[in-house]
Design a protein around this ligand. Structure first.
Ligand code: KDG
Ligand code: MG
Length: 408
């Protein structure tokens, strides 16, 4: 049997998603997530204009060969657009293979290594009272791990903080429908560094030592600022400090490591195992944060996580709302199967999205399971998808208080 049809679906049930659908000559379909936040149409074009015709007629079972053909074949390698496109093809082919086997994908990856995967939720608040309220809400829902982000005195809307007020938990969406240009935010690292340790101290005081606390620095600190911060927050026992420095400078984390034992996570903007080569071999990180969607799919992520395992480094797969339910399913199947699982990020999608993408995930007391339907276990309702037209949306641009462009 061969690949017969390759379709690119673009839908916007509250936010944009790009989904690849591959249909084989005997009518089996597979789905792949190709969503790249704010650059969705670039990946859609890469797939529709340059990849689709190369796939038609290929043997759908030759996943590794297809991966290498798309990675090495065009000469131009890596980069988020290319790797998201390859990821979508890879996920769709694994979906098809597992459906043909009549098994959930995790079975083909070695079977379940655990009963469910621990997930962390996004708790945020413009001030500590709102943040405390959000954390309490998640604990009531059964979560055992929360990422905490909060407003900083002297700054307005900043990364990771829901502006909708206390009690609202599932509404943080960083991509804004702001017309042709991104919106802008303001930032000051000094204010942030002075404010955050006190927030972690209050959380430990109010919630005790069991709760797993995570925090995302979103690439905003210099190496020495990050080293100071990681050292300052050591007493509060974070599960991880994420993206403390800009991701492209792997050796920056040497300095942070020299000063602190706060566990470090990085990688949501990475798209290849080579982005991690120094980080992994020098043991500069503790968690790999790549998204399956942006790092070449299941084939590439499995190799990356196996490489990390040799150095005692665990997974922390990226799972914000800009990873579609298809990408999230791919992450959950990997999480369940690999030995070096750490934690999985989980930002539940809105109701409209879950009408377009029907999933078989189950949530129980802070743990997710991908379900036992054959394949990835996600169905795309194309009629529902057609009801949500693509709408431009961008991640905000960040500037320092004096107007200098800064990492977002
Ligand atoms: O598209 C960018 C978002 O996915 C990112 O800002 C979310 O940092 C993020 C996280 O840790 O989920
Ligand atoms: Mg992050």
């Amino acid at each position: 049997m061969t690949i017969e049809l390759v379709d690119v679906n673009i839908t916007s049930p509250g936010r944009n998603f790009v989904t690849l659908k591959i249909t084989t000559s005997d009518g089996i379909t597979g789905l792949g997530d190709a969503t790249l936040n704010g650059r969705e149409l670039a990946v859609a074009s890469y797939l529709a204009d340059h990849v689709a015709s190369m796939l038609v007629g290929r043997d759908e079972d030759r996943i590794e060969d297809t991966w290498q053909y798309l990675y090495r074949g065009p000469y131009w390698r890596r980069g988020p657009v290319t790797m998201a496109a390859i990821a979508a093809v890879d996920m769709a082919l694994w979906d098809i293979k597992a459906k043909k086997a009549g098994m959930p994908l995790y079975q083909l990856l070695g079977g379940a290594s655990r009963e469910g995967v621990r997930v962390y939720a996004h708790a945020s608040g413009t001030d500590y009272a709102a943040l405390k309220n959000a954390i309490t809400g998640y604990e009531e829902l059964g979560y055992t791990a929360v990422r905490v982000q909060t407003g900083v005195p002297g700054l307005g809307q900043i990364y990771g903080v829901s502006s909708s007020g206390p009690g609202v938990r599932y509404d943080y969406e960083p991509a804004k429908r702001s017309g042709d240009r991104p919106s802008e935010e303001r930032w000051d690292t000094r204010n942030y560094l002075n404010h955050m340790p006190g927030v972690f101290a209050s959380i430990r005081e109010d919630f005790g030592s069991d709760l797993r606390i995570l925090h995302d620095g979103h690439h905003r600190m210099t190496p020495i600022e990050a080293a100071r911060f990681a050292k300052d927050i050591e007493p509060y026992d974070l599960f991880w400090l994420e993206d403390c420095t800009p991701g492209e400078d792997q050796t920056a984390l040497r300095l942070v490591r020299q000063h602190s034992t706060t566990p470090l996570a990085i990688g949501e903007v990475f798209n290849s195992v080579y982005d991690y080569q120094t980080l992994i071999t020098e043991r500069l990180i503790d968690y790999v944060r790549s998204a399956v969607t942006h790092t070449g799919g299941i084939t590439a992520m499995k190799k990356l996580l196996d490489f990390a395992a040799i150095y005692g480094i665990k997974s922390g797969i990226h799972g914000p709302t800009d990873i579609s339910p298809v990408g999230m399913a791919a992450a959950l199947h990997l999480d369940l199967a690999i030995h070096n699982f750490g934690i999985q990020e989980y930002m539940p999608h809105n109701a409209q999205t879950l009408e377009v993408f029907q999933t078989s995930f189950t949530f129980d007391k802070g743990f997710l399971h991908p379900g036992d339907n054959p394949g990835l276990g996600v169905e795309l309702d194309e009629d529902a998808a057609a009801g949500h037209e693509y709408t431009k949306a961008y991640l905000p641009v960040n500037r320092l208080l004096d107007g200098t462009v800064h990492d977002w």
